[in-house]
Ligand binder design. Sequence first.
Ligand code: EPU
Length: 292
Amino acid sequence: MNSLEDFAAITLRDEPLAPLTWLKVGGPAQRLIQPRSVDELAAVIRVCHENKITVHMLGGGSNLLVRDEGVSGVVIRLSDPAFSKVSIEGTRLRAGGGAMLSHVITESVKAGLAGLDTLVGIPGTIAGALKGNAGGRNGEIGENIHSVTVITAQGEKFVRQGDELVFEYRHSSINELCVVEAEFELTKDNPDDIAERMHKLWVMKKSTQPLSFQSAGCVFKNPRGLSAGALIEQAGLKGMKIGNCQVSDRHGNFIITEPGAKSADVLKLIDVMKTKVAEAHGVELQLEIQVW
Ligand code: EPU
């Protein structure tokens, strides 16, 4: 049986994950592995599967809280340029799973292609955005998907066509371990018109969200027909602080962290927010961010 020692050249042991997340808290990964190609990625995953080692896929770290004790097993990051290529042919855009969504949006607009522009201001990678169907009131990433190339937890690679995928609010049916590539079908439009629409969305976002602070975006999903941010505000929690973590006083569904913050404090704050909102409104908030 192969072992993880075969991948020593691309492995970092006890590697701090906090700098790789937007909240900048949490402990190290027992092993952080950064493959250099799709084949190498599949090989790492197969070895983990054979040896029953837990694998976590790290994307842009913008929707993630890592616990202070860190993550055992393997964390894989698609940071090699092999995973962030973007190419365009006609109205079809192909992007690697490790490409930053913001970069892909920019490339699409430069080519006069509309569809991804509604996602302006959303952080993260293509893979993470697709798995969680990232979006907002103006659109979601699943709307323009043509196909995705995935790798399963057993290390098998295959293509799933867009029409067999289901995208729902902050959820997609892509349940394979990782997305290595995605193809989007976009529409021709005037680059200046697209840029103007994006600018308006960006200004709106900046006026309602604490974008210049360390945060992981919205912490909770919006309950059907309701706004988690408004519920949190009405429960009197805006500005509440535990340690160096705080409920944003601009938007109730954002937790912001300051230097010295602990993951445990973020978790305590999350707990208080859930409990207080349940008491005040009888609504059980569900986490949008992932906790490792
Ligand atoms: N509101 C308050 N108090 C607050 C926050 C919001 O009263 O503290 C009210 C607003 O005044 C507004 C309503 O709640 O009437 C909705 O607020 P907002 O427009 O800020 O949007 P949201 O529903 O809170 C969603 C997404 C955001 C996305 C925006 C814009 C979720 C959980 N959040 O926020 O996504 O950027 O719409 O499209 O679906 C994320 O997922 O990380 C995220 C930030």
